[in-house]
Design a protein around this ligand. Structure first.
Ligand SMILES: Nc1ncnc2c1ncn2[C@@H]1O[C@H](COP(=O)(O)OP(=O)(O)OP(=O)(O)O)[C@@H](O)[C@H]1O
Ligand SMILES: [Mg+2]
Length: 492
């Protein structure tokens, strides 16, 4: 979204780095002002050839909380529409050249969901009526004052808010536990659902960030399946597990004879996903040369199969995910900055499970429901097990929780799951409560054996109960560690 234009270094000719086509842009032809986190704000594109008009409209729109983009010609407007998730367009009907009505037609063709308010300088009902017939949402006659413009923009804002709330409500109704197959009602998750609902109805790339097991793929699927192209393919590609020499042909396809073994031509996954979504999982693992080719494919909207001479047009929505710190990778030079900005139009951060413990009972219930239905059983969670699961820090997030409950269902002797049925990582967590190294009293003296005990328990906590590692890192023999633990009365 907006940060793209804001943070990319400008090229000397006015084109921003990473752009496919180079448009010579006037200083304010593409201007944006809000960080990506503000994605609940509406995006407004102002198209007018008069600078003072653009500036005045921008001022009013800013005061109403819009992200604004401005364009002084139809070409810049199309470029901005392609590059930004625009919700509303303020269009001057009296544009030189093509004329506003033609631009309106083109906007509606490219982005049918975008609401267009036309500004007409002639106050001719005729052109306004024509514009409304072509799908304009509203019109305003020039000259107008700030209050008139404010009124029109406020009207469009409440219209959009209402439609997105309705859409969200419909989506949420589908699942009583969360959103689609995503379970959780923590405020961070509710916020995530709102963003997913919005992202689903845009065609811009989304970068999904989150620790392992937080549900990145599930979120990608939710974006695809709650959007208008849900009937088209959703193609996940694990960039981390593909053999580097084969990634290019997997993504872009190859022609017959392109390499040894290429006995027949094959379409790439980018082409297979036509009209739908390609999900580039673990995108941070993509080798640098492939990053360059991917960037070109996204910009040019076409791919060239390996060994081929002709490019094939593609029409695919890109979602990407990683649990790596991509910003750091960009700093280190292992990930292309321009590709990062391309993928990062919208960013979704999925919170780790330890930050939303209130969802743990719901998630456990969800797994139990599934297991019980599949195995015709009546498993339930015991209070002791639930208490421990609520206190645990879940480094493997929802995936770890799912595995934990599924395993407990197969191993527990009674239908209620108790602490004894939980994996060692959890039981050790209980045995070694978090030690407190920092005494609240500055002059307090800690006996040496206490310091030793705290150091041992701390090491086990950090190393998730791995005693061999702990002994090695503490610089003591493993038998000494076992003996000490026995003294402390901890389960060995
Ligand atoms: N909010 C959630 N509600 C229900 N199930 C979830 C949720 N989040 C994750 N899961 C489940 O947890 C498992 C892991 O999810 P997913 O594969 O989407 O995670 P991931 O972030 O892609 O993990 P990794 O980084 O390891 O690839 C899946 O079985 C998924 O169904
Ligand atoms: Mg994944």
């Amino acid at each position: 979204m907006s940060t793209e234009a804001q943070t990319r270094p400008a090229r000397p000719n006015g084109c921003t780095a990473g752009e496919g086509m180079c448009h010579v842009l006037t200083a304010d032809a593409i201007a944006v002002s809000q960080p990506t986190s503000e994605i609940n704000l509406l995006n407004l594109l102002i198209i007018d050839d008069e600078r003072s008009m653009r500036e005045s409209c921008r001022e009013v729109a800013h005061s109403l909380g819009f992200n604004t983009h401005v364009a002084d010609s139809p070409e810049h407007a199309y470029h901005s529409l392609d590059a930004n998730p625009v919700d509303v367009v303020l269009l001057d009907l009296r544009l030189p050249g093509t004329g506003g009505l033609e631009v309106l037609r083109e906007i509606k063709r490219r982005r049918p969901e975008t609401l267009v308010i036309v500004m007409t300088g002639f106050a001719t009902v005729q052109s306004a009526v024509q514009a409304m017939k072509l799908g304009a949402y509203d019109y305003i006659t020039k000259p107008f004052n700030f209050d008139e413009l404010r009124l029109v923009l406020e009207r469009v804002t409440s219209h959009l808010k209402l439609t997105s709330e309705n859409r969200l409500l419909r989506e949420q109704l589908k699942s009583k536990h969360g959103f689609g197959s995503l379970v959780g009602h923590a405020p961070e998750m509710e916020k995530l659902y709102r963003i997913i609902a919005k992202a689903a109805h845009s065609t811009h790339p989304v970068l999904i960030l989150g620790e392992s097991g937080t549900g990145k793929e599930l979120v990608a699927r939710s974006i695809h399946y709650s959007g208008p192209y849900r009937d088209k393919p959703f193609i996940p590609v694990d960039c981390g597990s593909l053999v580097p020499s084969l990634i290019e042909s997997e993504l872009f396809g190859h022609v017959r004879g392109a390499f040894t073994g290429a006995v027949r031509a094959k379409d790439g996954l980018m082409t297979t996903a036509e009209g739908g979504t390609i999900f580039l999982d673990e995108v941070g693992e993509l080798p640098v040369d492939l990053q360059t080719k991917l960037l070109r494919a996204i910009q040019e909207k076409e791919v060239r199969p390996v060994g081929g001479t002709r490019s094939v047009p593609i029409n695919v929505r890109i979602l990407a995910a990683t649990n790596r710190d991509l910003e750091a990778a960009v700093q280190q030079g292992s990930f292309r900055r321009d590709l990062y900005f391309r993928l990062n139009v919208l960013t979704l951060r999925i919170p780790p499970l330890r930050e939303r413990p209130q969802d743990i009972p719901l998630l456990i219930g969800n797994v139990l429901e599934r297991v019980n239905a599949a195995t015709q059983t009546q498993h339930a969670i015991g209070d002791d097990a639930l208490r421990l699961m609520l206190a645990y820090n879940w480094p493997g997030n929802v995936r770890e929780l799912e595995n934990c409950v599924e395993r407990a269902c197969t191993t527990c002797s009674l239908s209620n799951i108790h602490v004894a049925d939980l994996p060692t990582a959890l039981r050790n967590f209980q045995a070694f409560p978090k030690p407190d190294f920092q005494s609240k009293e500055a002059d307090a003296i800690t006996p040496l054996d206490q310091v030793e005990k705290q150091a041992i328990l701390h090491a086990l906590d950090v190393l998730k109960g791995d005693k061999l590692q702990a002994a090695r890192r503490l610089g003591i023999g493993k038998t000494t560690l076992y003996r000490k633990l026995k003294e402390y009365g901890s389960a060995v």
